[in-house]
Design a protein around this ligand. Structure first.
Ligand code: SAH
Length: 252
């Protein structure tokens, strides 16, 4: 069997730095203005990188992971704005499907369809979903979270009984910061759980190369007028720790 190499990707340094610190035999490689870290986590070969924000950055980064580092599977971890009304800050969304909400080549192709691929929604890997579900349920148990995050920080963001949600993630080159954007998205793609800026680009590239992948997003804001408040504090204090714990529990 071919050697497994897992790519681990986020958009922002704050989402991925903690995971980089987990690496054994860490080595740094520079390509296309990004730093890729190779090494092992629990004896599993991994390559860890942050792409920066947006679909192009994400697509370039995942292509490099596939073509230069020969990854055989990919885990994306980061933050997102909550769209479904039952989502709260601190909840986690495991993407079952991803769609590019800003793709619109109508009338040549149906809205959201990626031209000449004939698809708008890209499914994540079912084995990864099962593994992700078990690992995340375990992390979201209250006693576990309180062991790894200060109660003060959890309280600051009102994180009391965070939940796991499975469903559709929408991505595009827009930061959602008002209710109009949110309502507009909901009227076009009513099943959307959360919105972010990279996942569906990663999904398309992985689909094209046949790489199994999963996208895991912690809700950092509610994709409305409050969404920029304490964003950096959230990524540093909460989502960074979530990423570390998720990766440690998935790669065992
Ligand atoms: N204030 C931050 C902005 C980060 S952009 C800064 O100064 O750096 C938001 C990042 O988090 C993107 O990588 C995106 O994937 C995700 N994200 C979180 N909330 C989002 C929202 N409301 N709309 C779109 N993307 C969001």
């Amino acid at each position: 069997m071919a050697q497994r190499i897992i790519g681990i990707m986020g958009a922002l340094p704050e989402e991925i730095n903690g995971v980089v610190n987990l690496l054994q035999n860490k080595k740094e490689h520079r390509f296309g203005k990004r730093i890729y870290y190779t090494g092992t986590i629990n004896n599993q070969d991994v390559v860890v990188v942050y792409s920066r924000i947006g679909k192009v950055a994400a697509a370039a980064t995942v292509s490099t992971l596939i073509l230069k580092f020969n990854i055989t599977e990919l885990i994306f971890t980061g933050v997102a704005g909550g769209i479904a009304s039952d989502l709260k800050i601190g909840d986690i969304v495991l993407g079952t499907e991803l769609v590019q909400h800003d793709m619109d080549a109508t009338p040549l192709f149906p809205q959201f369809e990626i031209p000449l691929i004939g698809k708008s929604h890209f499914k994540t890997d079912s084995e990864f979903l099962k593994l992700g579900e078990n690992s995340i349920q375990h992390i979201l148990e209250n006693s576990y979270l309180h062991q790894v995050i200060d109660t003060e920080d959890l309280d600051q963001f009102n994180i009391h009984h965070p939940k796991l949600h499975l469903g559709l993630i929408a991505s595009g080159d827009q930061f959602f910061k008002d209710s109009e954007q949110k309502n507009n998205l909901l009227s076009n793609l009513p099943d959307t759980k959360c919105v972010e800026m990279e996942g569906a680009a990663v999904a398309q590239v992985c689909y094209e190369f046949g790489i199994p992948f999963i996208v895991i997003r912690t809700i950092s804001d509610e994709a409305d007028q409050h969404s920029t408040i304490d964003f950096m504090k959230f990524t540093e204090k909460i989502s960074n720790i979530y990423s570390i714990e998720i990766i440690k529990n998935i790669i065992k």
